[in-house]
Design a protein around this ligand. Structure first.
Ligand code: NAP
Length: 455
């Protein structure tokens, strides 16, 4: 894939970039390694001051930074501004809490003193996706840099200007040259970089095939990885739920970021008692969404990020309909320039269709009607993915069942799934392993060193 900014609203190529040469990659890897030796010795207070400065830059420049995101990948500007603010939040959160999360942990044994010490690992390669082009990077970088690691970012090839802007933020915040570097390279360069002995570990957020590949390479080198992969999250609505709120939230949960979110609700599983009413209201609200130029304040759905994603979504819907799915609204591309797809609702989804088993990365909702909670849980778990889940009920025993039995990295009751710097985030099954955020996230890329002292 060429490294290029292509405006998904117009199809216009705005800027192309040459991939780094082998010599340039070598220079950056050496700089990362040299910087790590010095940077790991800095005090938490020094790192926190720089991270707070990064937060201030994000807050002050949020309008301009948001425009870079919207121009490169098409998310509505309002959402891009919110994303920038959330990045500032994660920077402040770890500036304030890293030292406490990584404090020595005393453990009583029969030695005179024994404890656990958390130390940085070294340069970490971050392979990142375009869908939340700032957030995905900052939620890795803020804890990694606060730990004393240094970062090497291989961003998605369609968001190079976001990648360069992020590197620039850390530089202007005062982080030493080499503590956070963007590598403008294609995915074909990842293997050699990851195999380099100066790279200690890798984190990847993206598709399952990319995750498998990076994990296999890292495995062959015995290097730690964290994988945040795809999802097909269930959104279950039971009879006791607040239906009005559930429907409005369902629309938002499916269409946020133009439908391109790993934790978007994708499969709507609704109890038979309320199915007809849910379907009617949900379809009406999906139909009423304003699709258009993501720079406009009123736009709720912008274009899909690339022409390839538009093609993939269109094919998944067409194949599912050919297999027997019914279109309740939408179901086609918009007849205009750019990668626009109509907000779509499918029902009557056959088991052998892509809509049943694959992740659809666009504004396409899948409706399922179930007889009871057992069927709801069984259907929710009938997927290779296990990222997020959302269940709507005001019945205490149903709530307990969902919390206990949904196979997912998180369960949200009566709200949509969202990441939060204070809480761990990640999946099970083919959605990946390891966690980002919270205390668990910051402890992924550390040497958990056991210390035992006898007098
Ligand atoms: P993708 O194609 O896997 O791309 C993600 C990153 O991986 C890009 O930087 C890409 O580089 C790189 N890449 C692709 N193939 C690779 C390979 N074989 N070896 C090494 N690197 C490789 O993912 P996408 O389709 O753009 O992103 C959407 C997917 O990400 C969805 O499945 C979504 O659910 C998932 N996602 C998950 C989370 C989460 O937290 N769990 C969050 C956001 C998105 P190039 O751009 O150069 O190809």
């Amino acid at each position: 894939m060429p490294i290029a900014s292509i405006n998904p609203t117009t199809g216009e190529t705005l800027k192309t970039f040459e991939s780094l040469t082998k010599a340039q990659i070598e220079e950056k890897l050496q700089r990362a390694s040299d910087t790590f030796r010095v940077y790991r010795e800095t005090l938490y207070a020094e790192r926190a001051a720089m991270m707070t400065r990064a937060a201030e830059i994000l807050e002050t420049e949020k309008q301009d930074l948001a425009r870079i995101m919207t121009t490169e990948m098409g998310k509505p500007l309002k959402g891009a501004i919110g994303e920038t603010e959330k990045c500032a939040w994660v920077c402040r959160y770890y500036a304030e809490t890293a030292q406490q999360h990584l404090a020595d942990m005393l453990v009583e044994t029969d030695a005179a003193k024994s404890y656990v010490k958390f130390q940085p690992l070294g340069p970490v390669l971050a392979v990142m996706p375009w869908n939340f082009p700032f957030w995905q990077v900052f939620r890795f970088a803020a804890p990694a840099l606060m730990t004393g690691n240094v970062g090497l970012l291989k961003h998605a090839s369609n968001v190079p200007q976001c990648a360069l802007a992020i590197e620039d933020i850390f530089r202007r915040a005062g982080f030493p040259e080499g503590s956070f570097q963007t590598l403008l390279v294609g995915s074909d360069a990842v293997e050699a970089i990851l195999k380099d002995s100066r790279v200690s570990a890798a984190t990847l957020t993206g598709s399952e095939p990319a995750g498998r590949s990076v994990a296999a390479i890292a495995g062959s080198e015995v290097k730690k990885t964290v994988l945040e992969l795809g999802g097909s999250d269930p959104f279950i609505v039971m009879p006791s739920a607040n239906l009005e709120l559930a429907v409005t939230t369902a629309v938002k949960a499916r269409t946020i970021n133009n439908g391109q979110s790993c934790i978007a609700a994708k499969r709507f599983i609704v109890a038979k008692e309320i199915y007809a009413e849910f379907e009617e209201r949900f379809v009406a609200e999906m139909k009423a969404l304003t699709v258009g130029d993501p720079m406009n304040e009123a736009t709720e759905i912008g274009p899909l990020a690339t022409a390839q994603i538009l093609k993939d979504v269109d094919e998944q819907v067409k194949t599912s309909v050919a297999a027997g799915a019914i279109i309740l609204t939408g179901g086609k591309k918009l007849d205009r320039p750019g990668n626009f797809y109509e907000p779509t609702v499918l029902a009557n989804i056959p088991k052998d269709s892509p809509a049943y088993s694959e992740e659809i990365f666009g504004p396409v909702a899948l409706l399922f009607r179930v007889n009871d909670i057992d069927e709801a849980i069984q259907l929710a778990n009938a997927t290779i993915f296990g990222l997020g889940s959302s269940a709507w009920t005001n019945d205490k025993s149903e709530r307990d069942r969902f919390i206990a039995d949904l196979e997912a990295g998180c369960v949200f009751i009566n709200s949509m799934v969202a990441s939060d710097p204070r809480l761990p985030f990640g999946g099970i099954k083919n959605s990946g392993y390891g966690r980002e955020l919270g205390e668990f996230g910051i402890r992924e890329f550390v040497n958990i060193k056991t210390v035992s002292i006898r007098e």
